[in-house]
Write a protein that binds this ligand. Structure first.
Ligand code: PLP
Length: 441
């Protein structure tokens, strides 16, 4: 670990609090942690305190912090050429697109690069509207698709701010058996009723008006809502029946997170457009994009696609993509995510759920999990904001980072995590629950 002589956490935090305007926050209530360096699943603050990062930051550092191969690739690209206009060709850009397409299903031909996930969804929606000549976009209430114009309107999260882009956006209820909107008793019933509901929404909105159905393959920020086995297949069939495009948002779950290159692979569906960001290069340099199939590329062969960004295909981000995907492949990180999730993290979290009454449900796959916390197991009333803050504080006090959203603890370590690190994190979580809710059973 690098030493930062003379720089204190307090100094860095004060500087930040004074000058940085933070997202999704009341500015006066912020007290950000300071981080100076990292390696793999570990982070250190400016005074040498170590943290185990089971948040992967915003669930993006799939190859962990400071992977030497990715860092070196960025350094080498920076020494050669830092930036080039989107219309030009560059080796890193072509190779990044090639690496991504090699992992996509057959029939996908090109990659449109963006700066992140929100603008990937914006551009996928625009493509769908252009190609279908239709206006409406259907997305789920329990979803997060980004924080720009159409992406924030497509987001179903109640924190979204309605705005002028709201035209043509319609929401529906996606499956969530633990809090079923459909009074379903099991997965099959939830699946069947959720699909019946979606069909009614499509019919009422006018089947011929729907340009796209936009869905996270596994909704993440909304609580790792792993869909029933056949749900996505049912949505695929509805999209086909009504001539709408199916856009799968793989921003959070793509590139290894669920133990597959893409999460939709678990459900035997192929979307029409795939959006990605985060894990594609572990967030080392901002990047996202849309993976576009042959028929949509053909549609734009002689027509101009009206969209583009100055930093689309930024060479530093592209070099990071090539190195990230090569490192994941050679170190079998997708296989590791699948095995550790199935054999260690999943069973460990379920065992924790059985021991602590506050854990109402444990959901997830691969290295993508959420614990939903309840004050009462029978009524399923969420824990109070005070208890949610206490769990977060007790985890931090034990040097454990997770992703805390409302009444949930999201657990998503980098894809190179070891079984020993998972055991360590589970024991810190166990202690944190005992500290807040008392001894486990
Ligand atoms: N889509 C999903 C599923 C996400 O989880 C996120 C961010 O968390 C986004 C889109 C937005 O990505 P970005 O913050 O890079 O714009």
């Amino acid at each position: 670990m690098k030493q930062f002589d003379g720089i204190t956490n307090q100094h860095v935090r004060e500087l930040d609090k004074r000058h940085v305007f933070h997202s999704w926050s009341a500015q006066a209530k912020l007290d950000p942690l300071a981080f100076a360096s990292g390696a793999g699943c570990l982070l250190w603050d400016y005074e040498g305190r170590e943290y185990l990062d089971f948040s992967s930051q915003l669930i993006n550092t799939n190859v962990g912090h400071q992977h030497p191969r990715v860092v070196r690739a960025i350094q080498e690209q920076a020494a050669q050429l830092c930036t080039i206009a989107p219309a030009a060709a560059n080796l890193a850009r072509g190779e990044a697109a090639q690496r991504i397409l090699a992992r996509a299903p057959r029939g996908f031909e090109k990659v449109f690069f963006t700066n992140g996930g929100a603008d990937a969804n914006e551009n996928a929606i625009r493509m769908a509207r252009q190609v279908t000549g239709r206006d409406k976009v259907l997305s789920a209430y329990r979803s997060y698709h980004g924080n720009t114009g159409a992406a924030i309107v497509a987001t179903g999260d109640p924190r979204r701010v309605p705005n002028e882009y709201a035209r043509g956006h319609v929401h529906f209820f996606n499956p969530y058996l633990y809090r079923s909107e459909f009074h379903a008793r099991d997965e099959d019933e939830e699946c069947e009723r959720a699909l019946r509901h979606l069909r009614r929404v499509i019919e009422c909105e006018g089947g011929g008006a729907i340009a796209a159905i936009l869905l996270e393959s596994v909704p993440g920020t909304a609580g790792v809502l792993v869909p029933p086995r056949d749900y996505l297949k049912g949505v695929r069939a509805l999209a086909d029946e009504f001539g709408a495009l199916l856009i799968m948002d793989e921003v959070m779950v793509g590139f290894g997170r669920t133990g597959a290159w893409f999460a939709f692979e678990h459900f035997d569906v192929t979307p029409d457009l795939i959006t990605f960001a985060k894990g594609v290069n572990s967030g080392y340099v901002p990047a996202g994009g849309v993976i576009v199939p042959e028929r949509i590329c053909a549609y734009f062969a002689e027509r101009v696609f009206p969209g583009g960004l100055t930093y689309s295909g930024h060479p530093l981000a592209m070099a990071a993509i090539v190195a990230t995907l090569d490192a994941m492949q050679e170190e079998d990180m997708v296989g590791n995510a699948q095995r550790i999730g199935r054999d260690v993290l999943g069973p460990g979290l379920r065992a924790l759920g059985a021991r602590h009454a506050a854990i109402g449900e444990v959901r997830g796959m691969g290295l993508f999990w959420a614990l939903e916390l309840v004050a009462n197991a029978d009524t399923r009333a969420p824990i109070s904001a005070t208890h949610a803050a206490a769990i977060k504080a007790e985890c931090l006090a034990r040097g454990l980072l997770a992703f805390f959203v409302e009444n949930r603890v999201h657990v998503a370590p980098p894809c190179l995590v070891t079984a020993q690190q998972v055991d360590d994190a589970l024991s810190r979580l166990d202690d944190a629950f005992t500290a807040v809710f008392g001894s486990a059973t």
